[in-house]
Design a protein around this ligand. Structure first.
Ligand code: PMV
Length: 332
């Protein structure tokens, strides 16, 4: 009789307020600069992992489907775990998102944070939060931040082995209440993935050096704005930093244009609302969706306005939430 080692974990997506765009080491997935994000209460991934000596290969299921997409990345991640735990057990991984994956919203942050926490619990590794963050980073840079709830800062680190490249919590979810509204402007649109986008930007954009010089200044300002719970300052800095990230990406060859006409219309709708005195700012990642940041009391007004933008398919809503966590565990 063999005894399966199993655990289920949940993690939510996070939105970068100061973006990560560039790697100092591709193999270890080390960021060139730090980043700051807020972990959300929804856009959740729930993952169950079972290491089992009855399995002859890893079995990966997304929402009940076997999908080639993402499977190789997860198997590589499981290989890291096996090395760390000194085991050769294969795993059955079942993962589901509570948000429409076809919406083109990045699920790698919540996905690898949930997987790291589930694997740690299943194998009884007892990793610290920093170690979990380092592990999640190997799957996806932004996943390192979803280990923590509320506001978190990813440290770029200096060590060649990445041992100091992990996220740290900087403020609780309640410290600075805000609402994030995601205006979905395209479904399942294929955009250039972040790894390829970053590589292309680093190697061909003449603005990349300027970006790496600017990010530490944006991080310092964002840290203060969060410390002071100053939503306006957080919003202004997030919007500015997002446009800088897109500017450096637009300078790549071939250029990285992640926006569609509805993306631009939604950005303009946010600016229009601001012109009417509303505190609302946008940020955009490596895709066409527009994420508006505002005070919770303004959320329904802003959501209504975004829904009215021609081409906006739906508007999703989230507030700051908890970090990645085990939701069930069978003790071994
Ligand atoms: O975690 P990755 O490799 O998918 O990169 C994330 C890149 C951005 O979402 C554009 C910015 C960020 O910091 O999350």
């Amino acid at each position: 009789m063999h005894r399966p080692l199993t655990a289920t974990a949940e993690a939510t997506s996070n939105i970068a307020l100061v973006k990560y765009w560039g790697k100092r080491d591709l193999a270890l997935n080390l960021p060139r600069t730090g980043s700051i994000s807020v972990t959300l209460d929804s856009l959740t991934t729930r993952t169950t992992v079972r290491f089992d000596d009855g399995l002859e290969a890893d079995r990966i299921e997304f929402e009940g489907n076997h999908s080639a997409r993402g499977t190789a990345r997860i198997v590589r991640f499981l290989d890291l775990l096996r090395a760390q735990a000194e085991t050769d057990l294969h795993a059955h991984v079942e993962t589901q998102n509570n948000f429409p994956t076809a919406a083109g919203l990045a699920s790698s942050a919540s996905g690898f944070a949930a997987l790291a926490v589930a694997c740690d619990a299943a194998l009884g590794l007892g990793l610290s939060d920093s170690e979990l963050s380092i592990l999640a980073r190997r799957g996806s840079g932004s996943a390192a931040r979803s280990i923590f709830g509320g506001y978190a800062e990813m440290r770029a680190g200096e060590e060649a082995d990445g041992s100091d490249a992990y996220a740290v919590p900087i403020a609780d979810p309640e410290h600075l209440p805000l609402t994030l509204l995601v205006a979905v402007t395209a479904r399942g649109e294929k955009s250039i993935g972040s790894t390829e986008g970053m590589r292309r930007t680093e190697t061909t954009s003449p603005f990349f050096e300027g970006w790496t010089r600017q990010v530490p200044k944006d991080l310092a300002a964002m840290r203060l704005a969060i410390r002071d719970a100053d939503l306006e300052q957080v919003g202004v800095l997030a919007e500015t930093n997002c446009l800088r990230m897109h500017a450096v990406a637009l300078g790549a060859h071939p250029p990285l244009l992640y926006w569609n006409p509805t993306t631009v219309a939604a950005m303009q709708a946010v600016k229009e609302l601001r012109g009417q005195g509303r505190g609302v700012w946008f940020t955009i990642d490596a895709g066409p969706q527009v994420k508006a940041i505002c005070a919770p009391e303004d959320a329904s007004h802003v959501a209504r306005h975004l829904r009215a933008v021609p081409g906006v398919i739906e508007v999703l809503q989230a507030v700051p939430g908890p970090g990645a966590r085990v939701v069930s565990e069978i003790p071994s």
